[in-house]
Design a protein around this ligand. Structure first.
Ligand code: PAN
Ligand code: ZN
Length: 191
């Protein structure tokens, strides 16, 4: 059977771990050096090898960024670990357009999806294999790996969502996922 669909050679999803493959996969790697300012124990982060990988993102982008009504599909893999008492996590962001939502679905591992609304109210949803999470367009989102193995989740978001990292770099989230008495605990931030 021949297919002449313009997107038929996009690539494949490995449903065992969520990883993407094919010629059109985009990839980025985030290291301790790039995330140093995100963790509250900055000195601890500066003591680590800056090339240590915290997470990797893969995504399919069948349309250029900003296209009306398009969708992107991604997979994020966060390594297990902590900097001081804070679990390895993503930068986190608001969408540039606050009316553009997103789905996350956990494939492997254990984690926390940390969410924050426009008033800085911050809460989390537990991520376990199979858990599905809907992120409203005006909620900032960050994921922490609270388990002992790699955390992998899939994401689907609109092509014209955009990413506002600056608000998070400037003001952070209203709370952090910290290890307290051996357990992941959401602790309100001072600032
Ligand atoms: C995800 C995230 C991915 C990495 O694809 O971009 O998990 O997190 P940061 O972008 O915060 O570094 C997504 O939410 N896209 O919109
Ligand atoms: Zn997003």
């Amino acid at each position: 059977m021949d297919s002449n669909s313009p997107f038929s050679s996009l690539g494949t999803v490995n449903w065992l771990d969520g990883s993407l493959s094919g010629a059109q996969v985009h990839e980025s790697v985030k290291t301790v050096g790039q995330l140093v300012g995100a963790f509250h124990e900055r000195e601890e982060a500066e003591r680590l090898d800056p090339s240590t990988v915290i997470y990797r993102v893969q995504w399919f982008a069948p349309e250029p960024a900003g296209t009306d009504g398009g969708l992107y599909w991604g997979n994020t893999a966060i390594e297990p670990g902590r900097i001081g008492d804070e679990y390895f996590m993503t930068h986190g962001h608001f969408h540039g357009r606050r009316d553009r939502g997103e789905f996350y679905a956990t494939v492997q591992g254990e984690g926390a999806l940390i969410l924050m609304d426009a008033t800085r109210r911050t809460w989390f949803e537990k991520m376990t294999p199979g858990s599905l999470h809907y992120i409203r367009g005006d909620w900032a989102h960050r994921v922490a790996n609270t388990g002992a193995e790699r955390l992998r989740f899939l994401a689907c978001w609109p092509t014209d969502a955009g990413h506002d990292y600056e608000s998070i770099a400037l003001h952070g989230f209203g709370a952090r996922m910290l290890c307290r008495e051996g357990r992941p605990t959401l602790v309100e931030s001072a600032s």
